[in-house]
Ligand binder design. Structure first.
Ligand SMILES: NC(=O)c1ccc[n+]([C@@H]2O[C@H](COP(=O)([O-])OP(=O)(O)OC[C@H]3O[C@@H](n4cnc5c(N)ncnc54)[C@H](OP(=O)(O)O)[C@@H]3O)[C@@H](O)[C@H]2O)c1
Length: 368
């Protein structure tokens, strides 16, 4: 029986639950979240949605706080999930995106980059990794929570971690494919998009280092594609800050989990495969992820592009023990908001999460 566990059932995890409910080949879906709210109800709704589609899978929900590694490990040892779709975060970035901040403060927060909030995403993923270790279960973790940085830090700190991330670069690759299909009038089967890039490529566009190639019928057509246009408003502007775009990221996470569980190799793009920074074209299948880079790009060159791109998320480097060091620009911008942090160390994650929550409260009340 194939079991997938969803860790964190919020905006993204809720969509992942719905996709898994309808996915053939998954026989049991287990959901986990911290508070008593929403989890039982959403899991029951997913069960009913599965029945409408003709599935009679098993569903179960557990209220578990990832802070409690022993309880999480006991649950994992009992459930023995084949894959875990992880999206737990101490606080969703959607809250800040939707908060009423004055334009000056909003710009100051933006200068501090998404990387400022890293502890909120890294801490739950670290706790899950500890629980997987303690439970001694064989599973494939797909981490959707800021994978471009979180997966790298986790792999360095623990020597193992999520098989892949989700979303981010995959959304850019999908936009590029649809753009090329529209411009050439050719079906997807005739087009090969190859994109190396990071979370920042999605949020900041083509000023961020990346590598892009597209072939149509095997012939290089890269020069004919306006990637900046493909990644901006084409074909219509998207409202990124409501809950709906989470279907994209959750769909990507579920696609990666199912591909890892399948023996059929899937050519795709993935964010943060096996601890590498940023995203890459890759082949996923039978529990493995293999990079599928174009002939003119070596793996070390691709990783170097994404290391440079990480600076647009405020990340200077990630030390061998997983400590994440901020860029000077990011440090200055964070200090401007009243938050001093040179680097995020694993031992400091709980206190950093608390400090950021206090700061968030202060910033959002200042904006009202
Ligand atoms: N990769 C991508 O392309 C992409 C795109 C969008 C978002 N994301 C990331 O996805 C993550 C989730 O975002 P979201 O908007 O879905 O957040 P959300 O709606 O706040 O959901 C977060 C979930 O995590 C759970 N959680 C938090 N702390 C927990 C803990 N200690 N133990 C167990 N469960 C815990 C929450 O449960 P409670 O409510 O019970 O606390 C909630 O169900 C974020 O890291 C976000 O940055 C990634």
């Amino acid at each position: 029986m194939t079991t997938v566990l969803v860790s964190g059932v919020g905006a993204l995890g809720g969509w992942a639950l719905e996709f898994l409910a309808r996915a053939p080949g998954v026989e049991r879906v287990v959901t986990v979240k911290r508070s008593p709210w929403q989890g039982p109800s959403w899991t029951t709704i997913a069960m009913l949605g599965a029945a409408i589609e003709g599935h009679t899978k098993q569903f179960e929900h557990h209220q578990v706080d990832l802070a409690d590694v022993a309880t999480t490990a006991r649950l994992l040892a009992q459930v023995r999930p084949d894959a875990i779709v992880h999206s737990a975060t101490a606080q969703s970035p959607r809250r800040l995106a939707g908060a009423a901040l004055d334009p000056g403060l909003r710009a100051a927060v933006r200068s501090a980059t998404f990387g400022m909030w890293l502890p909120w995403h890294l801490w739950p993923a670290a706790q899950l990794t500890r629980a997987v270790e303690a439970a001694d279960v064989e599973t494939h973790v797909v981490n959707a929570s800021f994978p471009d940085v979180v997966n790298v830090a986790i792999w360095k700190r623990f020597g193992h971690g999520p098989a892949t991330g989700a979303g981010n670069l995959e959304v850019c690759a999908a936009r590029a494919l649809r753009y090329v299909m529209a411009k050439t009038g050719r079906p997807a089967a005739d087009i090969e998009v190859s994109l190396v890039g990071s979370h920042a490529l999605l949020t900041r566009g083509t000023v961020v280092p990346h590598h892009f190639r597209v072939t149509v019928d095997g012939a290089d057509a890269t020069e004919q594609v306006d990637l900046a246009a493909a990644l901006s408003t084409w074909p219509e502007p998207i409202s990124w800050h409501d809950a709906v775009p989470n279907s994209l990221y959750a769909g990507s996470a579920v696609k990666n989990a199912l591909a890892l569980l399948s023996d059929e190799p899937l050519d795709t793009h993935v964010a943060a495969p096996t601890g590498r920074p940023g995203g890459y074209p890759a082949t996923v299948g039978a529990g493995t992820v293999k990079l599928r880079l174009p002939a003119d790009l070596s793996e070390s060159e691709a990783v170097a592009i994404n290391d440079r791109a990480a600076r647009f998320d405020g990340i200077e480097r990630i030390e061998p023990d997983g400590t994440v060091v901020y860029t000077a620009e990011c440090r200055a911008a964070m200090e401007n908001l009243g938050y001093r942090c040179e680097a995020v160390a694993f031992d400091d994650l709980p206190s950093r999460c608390d400090e950021l929550k206090k700061l968030y409260g202060h910033l959002t009340s200042a904006g009202n």
